[in-house]
Design a protein around this ligand. Sequence first.
Ligand SMILES: *Cc1c(COP(=O)(O)O)cnc(C)c1O
Length: 360
Amino acid sequence: MPGIIERYREFLPVGPKTPIVTLNEGSTPLVRADRVAALAGLPRASVYLKLEGSNPTGSFKDRGMTLAMTKALEGGARGVICASTGNTAASAAAYAARAGLPCHVFLPDGAVALGKLSQAVVYGARVITVKGNFDACFKLVREAAQEYSLTIVNSSNPYRLEGQKTAAFEIWEEFKRFPTHQFMPVGNAGNITAYWRGYKEFFKFNSVNSQLAIRNSQLPMMMGYQARGAAPIVLGKPVKNPQTIATAIRIGNPVSWQGALGASEESEGVIAAVSDAQILSAYRLLASKEGVFCEPSSAAGVAGFLTFARQGGFRKIQNPRIVCILTGHGLKDPDTPLKSKAIITTINADGRSLKKIFQR
Ligand SMILES: *Cc1c(COP(=O)(O)O)cnc(C)c1O
């Protein structure tokens, strides 16, 4: 499949001469998850997982980065810069390499998953770690961008959200209708803002060009989840020192705060919080019961779904069609699985030892 710019050109700000920077991102799998449905107490509901970890650098950030880098190149940028909890850096570094642009990434020192850091390094970005959190990195980035005329490719760059909205188009195309509910993690809140925009635009487009008459035209409820120790939107005020094992959503002052509120209010959804224990439990369940390995942050949406379902959130809903967005790949963060009681047995290389492990 071609990348998202080619697939959805008419929805994106590109012209015939725009030099497209792509790694054929998007077109990610939507996988049915009957065991998750059963565990939520909804054995007959249709629950799907959108595997955004299948993007070229392993997270949804690639959807926005293809367009941000394309527009930077088209506009004659000297170089790009971003602050990141890891995935934006990995994606920016890859697409900048592809565009032939210098890339500077600022990361919170000691708080980035190993896979993401490795990616930024190998794609050839200039990697700077800062003794401070994401919010501190972002402040420095804004200063440096101004001072050295670099293009910021954080989600404050409007092209990022424009690219990211295409995931909503893919979901509609697969179901030929909207889900009733979408569950997802919320960090800087760009992604939930982008999905909501995508759903609304697709709705409008189809209402006008409606051979594809939208039956059952209800838009999905947007259900966003922050980690309890990093839940500024839930608390209604910035969090000075956000804490969670889900490093990709460890954000104290979200860039797209208003967008997230707009999405949840207009769609009659929620922005709520889940604990690290709930996140880790959903993370292990996805891998061990569904064969889907996502990073901890991605599991926040599924943790939210399980909580909402168990509290009876679906009682009055006839036939829920639920999508959970798994934002990043599990291999990004190879340390987390080994931190809990890892069951690994080491034996001598002989027949007696072999027998012993099967006798127990
Ligand atoms: C960036 C990211 C998020 C948070 O997305 P926002 O748009 O910042 O809300 C969640 N999960 C993963 C894996 C991410 O990389």
